[in-house]
Design a binder for this molecule. Structure first.
Ligand code: MV4
Length: 503
């Protein structure tokens, strides 16, 4: 029954393309990269066994051209396509086109994607399975009168959400009936503009929730397991900034209940391969199904580290029709993992994207550090795509040790030539509320509204150390510099840092 895959086309770019290429190499599977004109010199092209140009830089002329990607797959004889995340990864029409072309889409069937793609459909699926979801409507609202009736029944405050939405787009909080009519009209037109679908529905507003998601894996033999949760509450403008596994507020009983809920949803939708069920968790630790992401997620490494599993290997094995090689009872969580999403954006300039050439790159490594990235010194970050540079992940026996390990790794890391958000992570990881896991979805915006005292002091100390080094070097010939090899007074360290920052 199982069908070995010998060649996989990776319909993506950057770090996730490289992540999949690495899994292919480990499994003895040939890898095929595709690239746009902006990515000729990108690492995924260099690392793949074969690479084919798709088109110009804009995604809609390259990485979103499912037709061209399928042409390449047919030409080069790839039996499967891994979509990564973003781009075509949650496009049910593309999954269906792959199925029709006899190319395996490494993800769920198009039919399962459709059952979970629209948020109202997903809520109906949750109801069919009898799962806890955020209270409200499960169908698009036909009129403002209907909205008023549903909102009254649900109880204010409520949220108007776009059925076709996700990631916070087309979302509106309504605190009282007087605001409803206007919010309904603007939410509809926003949704129409953003998604070409103006359908909106109502959810009860959960105050200060946590965003916690459960990883599931399902094979084509009726087995489905959950691999614990990821805490993703540290976000800015609906962009995740830090993710961790496990969540500090989830105990064994809550984990089992959320996990079983996620598995039931996946089974109800006929879901296969890797997927993520998102929940909101309120201050009383009630959990509510929010939506399901039908792809491998950016933050999958934290789950890999605490479970010891390779999710991309497993995705490929599932696509080969192999049964899951373990049962739920054999899944064990161990230790704590934290991921920082390093972006080419400037925290001191309203997080404005900062594409450009990386003139200097010093990466972190050492015990418990994993880095998934697709960057190198001399590479130019294109302005055409999401400006993620790297995912830096720390793993340690406890949450506190993982935080300290991440701070150590951040201290080693340096990117020259472009702005990046490294300093932001120092600030979060040193924050008292973050360290005590006192976080929710509004946590980061609130932290950013405060003056940044601590990290600025850290920078001042760093600059002072460099200045001291420069002064000392000016005072004596290099050959007579004292041979101190550690500590902040080392001339070697100061000189090296000065050289590093100069470039
Ligand atoms: C909510 C909510 C409170 N109540 N829904 C934002 C993105 C989208 N995936 C869901 N979002 C929210 N939905 C109800 N009924 C609060 C948020 C929310 C949020 C959720 C996850 C992560 C960060 C967030 C930041 C602000 C609001």
């Amino acid at each position: 029954m199982s069908q070995k895959i010998k060649k996989i086309l990776i319909a993506n770019r950057g770090e996730i393309a490289l992540r999949v290429i690495r899994a292919c190499r480990e499994l003895g599977i040939a890898s095929v990269a595709v690239y746009s004109d902006a990515d000729r010199a990108s690492l995924h092209v260099a690392h793949a066994d074969e690479a084919y140009r798709l088109g110009p830089a804009p995604a809609r002329e390259s990485y979103l051209r499912g037709d061209l990607i399928l042409d390449v797959a047919r030409q080069c004889g790839a039996e499967a396509i891994h979509p990564g995340y973003g781009f075509l990864s949650e496009n049910a029409d593309f999954a269906a086109a792959c199925e029709a072309a006899g190319v395996r889409f490494i993800g769920p069937a198009a039919s399962a994607m459709r059952m979970l793609g629209s948020k109202t459909r997903a809520r109906q699926t949750a109801d069919a399975a009898g799962l806890p979801r955020v209270p409200g409507s499960v169908q698009a609202l036909a009129s403002v009168e209907e909205a008023r009736a549903v909102a009254k029944r649900t109880g204010y405050p409520i949220m108007l959400k776009a059925a076709a939405g996700g990631g916070g787009k087309g979302m509106r909080a309504v605190r009282a009936e007087a605001e409803l009519a206007e919010a309904f009209t603007t939410a509809r037109s926003e949704a129409e503009r953003a998604f070409g679908n103006g359908d909106v529905y109502i959810e009860k507003l959960i105050e200060n929730p946590r965003h916690i998601e459960v990883q599931v894996l399902a094979d084509h033999h009726g087995h489905c397991v959950y691999l614990g949760e990821r805490e993703c509450s540290v976000q800015r403008r609906h962009q995740k900034v830090i993710e961790e596994a496990p969540s500090a507020v989830v105990d064994a009983d809550l984990r089992r209940r959320m996990g079983e809920t996620a598995v039931t949803l996946a089974q109800t939708a006929g879901y296969t391969n890797a997927g993520t069920v998102e929940f909101l968790v309120d201050q009383e630790r009630n959990f509510y199904f929010l939506e399901m992401n039908t792809r491998l997620q950016v933050e999958h490494p934290v789950t890999e580290l605490v479970t010891g599993l390779d999710l991309v290997h497993l995705q490929i094995r599932i696509a080969e029709d192999q049964p899951l090689p373990f049962t739920q009872a054999e899944v064990h969580l161990r230790g704590h993992a934290i991921e920082c999403r390093i972006y080419a954006e400037d925290p001191d300039n309203n997080f404005f994207p900062s594409p450009g050439t990386i003139t200097r790159l010093v990466q972190a490594s050492g015990p418990g550090i994993r880095e998934d990235c697709g960057i190198y010194e001399g590479w130019t970050v294109p302005l055409d795509y999401d400006p993620i540079l790297s995912k830096l992940v720390a793993y340690a026996p406890t949450r506190e040790a993982a935080i300290d390990r991440m701070l150590r790794a951040l201290g080693e890391y340096h990117v020259g030539g472009i702005a990046c958000n490294l300093g932001l992570f120092r600030r979060i990881l040193q924050d008292k509320d973050f360290r005590s896991a006192n976080i929710h979805t509004g946590y980061l915006e609130r932290l950013l509204a405060e003056p940044a005292a601590a990290p600025q002091q850290a920078v001042v100390a760093e600059v002072a150390a460099i200045a001291a080094g420069v002064f000392e070097l000016g005072q004596q010939p290099a050959s007579s510099a004292p041979a101190a090899e550690n500590g902040s007074s080392s001339n070697w360290k100061s000189a090296a840092r000065q050289e590093m920052l100069r470039r």
